[in-house]
Design a binder for this molecule. Structure first.
Ligand code: PMV
Length: 332
């Protein structure tokens, strides 16, 4: 029997967001994005090639995957097989510590772990840049989870004719900045509109999309400078304006995409109260109602308590910078 290859990856939260693709098939973003990989909510994925089996077997949190969930994984395996020149099917077992599809970046950790485990199982010797390109094909944000700490995903970098080669992630070294990111899970259920559908609709119909995307160039340059200075207030302000702008593009889509719920707004009010009380705290939200708040580690417990009071019943988790995707020792 072929050996198991197990990889672990963590989600990342973008401080300058990606929203909208210029190539849906190759999964190439319209804009560059910059994120922090977390030390919570890992995905653990095991891949084993199964010579002679007619189909892939995919288990997701212990249950057989079906429909769209299964298709995204088998199509990803097809890409790995094509790259490796090997036809064998595989078994995939993936376990998420985070609710799947709730805007908590489970697709980022999921496809980063799958890319690393499947590349190893099929004998592909890929460097981290190539792994980030591969992970991107599953979910663009997954490219960034190949790396720990801070990472940038380029929409287009370099002048290779091949768009796939030009879109990859790389680490952004930030030695002196180690903030906390406090996550309020106000609703762990799957989102009503997938990010894929929401993005397409936003790009096609929102008059605010391109102004936001263009403003992202400034946000990214300002963010890099703020990270280099270790300036939490500036990092937070830029992350907040970029995230609110992204949600504004969705609200202006036709029909509107609205991920923010009353509990989201209650937590955002809590963030304003913290700032009024002199606690630096800044919010960001992805394709879901959950709120992530950037703050100094020394303030994280107070921030978490305020968020918990603002949305009774929500789960609050304090995250820090986390590691890049890796094979479990002994594998490889
Ligand atoms: O990569 P996807 O399809 O999961 O899109 C996620 C996009 C956001 O989380 C909203 C922003 C980002 O850059 O992660």
């Amino acid at each position: 029997m072929a050996p198991d290859h197990t990889a672990v990856a963590h989600p990342n939260i973008a401080l300058v967001k990606y929203w909208g693709k210029r190539d849906e098939k190759l999964v190439i973003p319209n804009v560059d994005s910059l994120s922090m990989t977390l030390d919570v909510f890992p995905t653990v994925t095991t891949v084993r090639v199964t010579p002679g089996e007619p189909t892939d077997t995919v288990t997701f949190d212990g249950a057989t995957a079906e429909g769209e969930q299964r298709l995204r994984i088998t199509e990803f395996l097809d890409l790995v097989r094509k790259t490796a020149g090997r036809p064998e099917r595989a078994t995939v077992d993936t376990r998420n510590a985070v609710p799947t599809g709730a805007g908590l970046a489970s697709s980022a950790s999921g496809f980063a772990a799958l890319a690393v485990a499947a590349a190893a199982a099929y004998g592909l010797d890929l460097d981290p840049t190539a792994l980030s390109r591969l992970a991107r094909r599953g979910s663009a944000s997954a490219a960034r989870s190949i790396f720990g700490d801070f990472a940038i995903l380029y929409a287009r970098r370099g002048d290779a004719a091949d768009a796939d080669l030009n879109s990859y992630a790389e680490p952004v070294p930030v030695p002196d900045f180690d903030p906390a990111l406090v996550i309020a899970v106000v609703n762990a259920g799957p989102k009503a509109v997938s990010s894929r559908t929401a993005m397409r609709r936003t790009v096609e119909t929102s008059p605010l999309y391109w102004p936001w995307a263009r403003a992202g160039t400034t946000d990214l340059a300002d963010m890099r400078a703020a990270l280099n200075r270790g300036d939490l207030d500036a990092v937070g302000e830029i992350a907040e304006r970029n995230a609110f702008g992204m949600h504004a593009t969705m609200l202006a889509a036709r029909p509107a995409v609205r991920y923010l719920s009353p509990a989201t707004v209650a937590v955002l009010d809590g963030v304003l109260r913290l700032r009024a009380d002199g606690v630096p705290a800044y919010a960001t939200m992805d394709a879901g109602p959950n709120v992530k708040v950037l703050c100094h580690p020394a303030d994280a417990a107070r921030v978490a308590a305020t968020m918990g009071e603002a949305a009774p019943g929500c789960t609050v988790v304090i995250a820090r910078r986390g590691p890049g995707a890796a094979l479990r020792s002994g594998d490889g």
